[in-house]
Design a protein around this ligand. Structure first.
Ligand SMILES: Cc1cc2nc3c(=O)[nH]c(=O)nc-3n(C[C@H](O)[C@H](O)[C@H](O)COP(=O)(O)OP(=O)(O)OC[C@H]3O[C@@H](n4cnc5c(N)ncnc54)[C@H](O)[C@@H]3O)c2cc1C
Length: 334
């Protein structure tokens, strides 16, 4: 397994459950990239408010997965099922959201549900979704895998592959090489570079997303609010997370003044009293995104090389489904 983000750790957890001998090689730290930066929304809805089928299927896998890894790892990943609102700020948005068939709250019902919402909001669709804390989730997946015998090596970059007879035989790192019946590349936006070392072309690139954590003071927000590409997420620790920009920045994952300013403006537009909130922290991560926007979870090139990447804005949500697919590819090969 190459990469210790949420995709690599979910696959390691699943394969170790199936009795495979797993070695996970992470260049830096587990969850040190997008997977640790993410907001933790498990929301199958797209920006058009229609639920995505893969997202729904993956969401269904969470209760069993969370119960298993929390029991096995002894960690709490702060998973909870909750409601969110997707508001309309124009008559066009009202017409569009009402056509999606979800439960519609008019302006008055919105403000009864969330009194701090802007009077600009004309109504909202009620969303059912779930939420967790991504760095804990990644660590719990890895810990559950390791307690079942998986070897997890941080600070271990994969430099290349030994390929013989058209198949991957060994995975090469500066600390030595590892024999492999199967190799899985789950290196986020770096998967292109890692796969090229196996002579395989993978069309994935980084897309920067920024987040800001706000201390809302007396402002009460109980539900996540999703509008356009942005969102406000109330966390269990009392903070509100404002996210998430979409920018082409190459591999630069530092937050910028204009990116954070856009998030703060969005927060004030949706919940005006957040203008008095304190800015606690700002950060960014690089989402892996493919040309057609769809994830790649498949055998690519050599028949024992799997690539699992390109989960864009939904990698935390889609990790259990990716792990299930990799497990079925490997078990189907026997
Ligand atoms: C701001 C932001 C908010 C987000 N919010 C959400 C959300 O609320 N819900 C949701 O579902 N998704 C969210 N996402 C998307 C989600 O974070 C990503 O889709 C997901 O984390 C991708 O996981 P990954 O494991 O593919 O990649 P990564 O997390 O990037 O992990 C890849 C790992 O591979 C390692 N690596 C790279 N090269 C090598 C090498 N040569 N050898 C060994 N290891 C290597 C890297 O160090 C890294 O740790 C968000 C993303 C961002 C940026």
């Amino acid at each position: 397994m190459v990469g210790g983000g949420v995709i690599g750790c979910a696959i390691a957890e699943r394969l170790s459950l199936d009795g495979h001998h797993v070695t996970l090689l992470e260049r830096d730290q587990l969850g040190g990239r997008a997977s640790g930066a993410a907001a933790g929304e498990l929301s199958p809805q797209s920006t058009t408010s229609r639920a995505d089928e893969a997202g729904l299927r993956s969401l269904e896998l969470f209760p069993e997965l969370i119960a298993r890894i929390e029991k096995d790892s002894g960690m709490n990943v702060e998973y909870r099922v909750q409601q969110g609102l997707q508001p309309a700020l124009s008559e066009e948005e009202v017409a569009h959201l009402r056509s999606t068939g979800g439960t519609w709250l008019d302006a008055q019902a919105c403000r009864e549900a969330e009194p701090s919402l802007s009077t600009e909001i004309l109504g909202a669709v009620l969303l059912e979704h779930a939420h967790l804390t991504p760095p804990r989730f990644v660590r719990a997946l890895a810990r559950a895998a390791s307690l079942r015998g998986a070897a997890i090596h941080e600070g271990t970059p994969v430099m290349g592959f030994d390929i013989a007879g058209g198949e991957v035989r060994r995975v090469i790192t500066p600390a030595g090489s590892y024999e492999a019946d199967w190799a899985v590349i789950a290196a986020g936006p770096w998967s292109k570079e890692v796969a090229s070392a196996a002579g395989v072309e993978v069309d994935v690139r980084p897309q920067r997303g920024q987040l800001a954590a706000l201390d809302p003071g007396p402002v009460v927000l109980r539900r996540s609010i999703f509008w356009s590409n942005g969102y406000l997420v109330p966390k269990g620790d009392g903070t509100v997370i404002a996210g998430g920009t979409e920018e082409e920045s190459g591999f630069d994952d530092r937050p910028t003044v204009s990116g954070i300013a856009a998030l703060l403006n969005l927060a004030c537009r949706l919940v005006p009293d957040l203008g008095a909130a304190n800015l606690q922290r700002a950060w960014a991560g690089l989402r892996p995104v493919t040309r057609d926007g769809r994830p790649i979870v498949d055998v690519v090139g050599p028949p024992n090389l799997i690539v699992a990447t390109g989960h864009h804005r939904k990698g935390i949500l889609l990790a259990p489904l990716a792990a299930k697919k990799v497990a079925s590819i490997i078990s189907g090969s026997k």
